[in-house]
Design a protein around this ligand. Structure first.
Ligand code: ADP
Length: 310
């Protein structure tokens, strides 16, 4: 649940990061309220890790500013506002889960009680096990516990479920949700729409270093999970954009391709108009949807640059 007191958890303004000719982050503006759970969703190479690196103060931006609870990232980190779970990180051998989490929590000024961290990360039952003998899912929950140990207000997770099986993912999300329910802010990156849908209350879609959509999981899912209805047109070839559900119209290969969020209604309307031959309905893949969203963002930019709203 978002709370409004004080500066927002995260504020990116005009942030740019360039690596050689690649603009990994290409002008990101993003505000995250306290208490929100936000997914950064995007394909590989979209700029998610770089964005997270900038947020944590690990990557200096070339342009723009970043504030975390009104402070520079390094200050927020030092003040104990920020906890991070990054993609890599080897476990120290021989120590138990309880010893490792206990050791790390002691390095913080105002840590969570050990039993609480273990409970939140669902580690109580395996607290006596050696960390170098855990399954991938258990090890990832230990990393999550380490990110929580200092009782941060904002926890940031970079693709936390990469390489985990379905059950381990489910357990990690359950742990994360329990942390979020305490009123903490959570930001995680993923390239799975399903995870963004079930575990976030807001989804920010990033492609080619830009925010191309920012909405509720249900609306993002609708945008991304749209379908394509294609057919050989008959009669007057206009007005397709007015059909129910249609979000895009293209003509190629002698066919009309309609992107739609409600394929059944689109097809019924086409049938009523008796306007097609050889109809096909196909799902849109995630990559294709990202490309469509990216192009949408470019079209909007061009339109705005020309002084038009649409
Ligand atoms: P994601 O996390 O969405 O997969 P990244 O932020 O890792 O995306 O990468 C965005 C782009 O920036 C990619 O094209 C990647 O190759 C490039 N990039 C990221 N980090 C570096 C770096 N340290 N040096 C050069 N290029 C980088």
């Amino acid at each position: 649940m978002a709370q409004s007191a004080g500066p927002p958890a995260v504020a990116f303004r005009g942030v740019v990061k360039q690596y050689g000719s690649v603009r990994a982050v290409d002008g990101i503006d993003l505000t995250i309220a306290r208490g929100e759970s936000v997914a950064l969703l995007g394909p590989n190479g979209a700029g998610k890790s770089t964005t997270i690196g900038i947020l944590l103060g690990l990557v200096p931006p070339d342009e723009g500013t970043v504030e975390v609870f009104g402070k520079r990232p390094e200050q927020a980190m030092r003040a104990g506002h920020l906890g991070a779970m990054l993609q890599e990180g080897k476990m120290i051998p021989r120590v138990t889960v309880r010893e490792l989490v206990g050791f790390v929590r002691q390095t913080y000024r105002d840590p969570l009680p050990l039993a609480e961290v273990l409970d939140l990360a669902q580690l109580t039952g395996i607290a006596g096990q050696r960390v170098d003998r855990l399954s991938g899912g258990q090890a990832q929950r230990v990393r999550f516990a380490l990110a929580l140990a200092g009782n941060p207000d904002l926890v940031v997770l970079d693709e936390p479920t990469a390489a985990l099986d379905v059950e381990s993912r489910r357990e990690l999300w359950a742990a994360m949700q329990r942390y979020a329910e305490r009123g903490n802010t959570v930001l995680f990156s993923t390239h799975y729409l399903e995870e963004a849908d079930t575990s976030a209350d807001r989804v920010v879609v990033i492609a080619a270093g830009k925010v191309v959509a920012d909405d509720t999981p249900a609306r993002i899912k609708n945008m991304i999970e749209g379908r394509t209805v294609s057919f050989v047109p008959r009669g007057a070839q206009e007005g397709y954009e007015l059909l129910p559900g249609v979000t895009g119209v293209q003509f190629h290969g002698g066919r009309v391709h309609l992107r739609t969020t409600e394929s059944d209604r689109t097809v019924h309307a086409l049938a009523r108009a008796d306007a097609f031959d050889d109809l096909e309905v196909s799902g849109v893949g995630l990559e294709e949807a990202f490309i469509a969203l990216t192009h949408g963002a470019r079209h909007r930019e061009t339109a705005n640059a020309e002084g038009q709203d649409r």
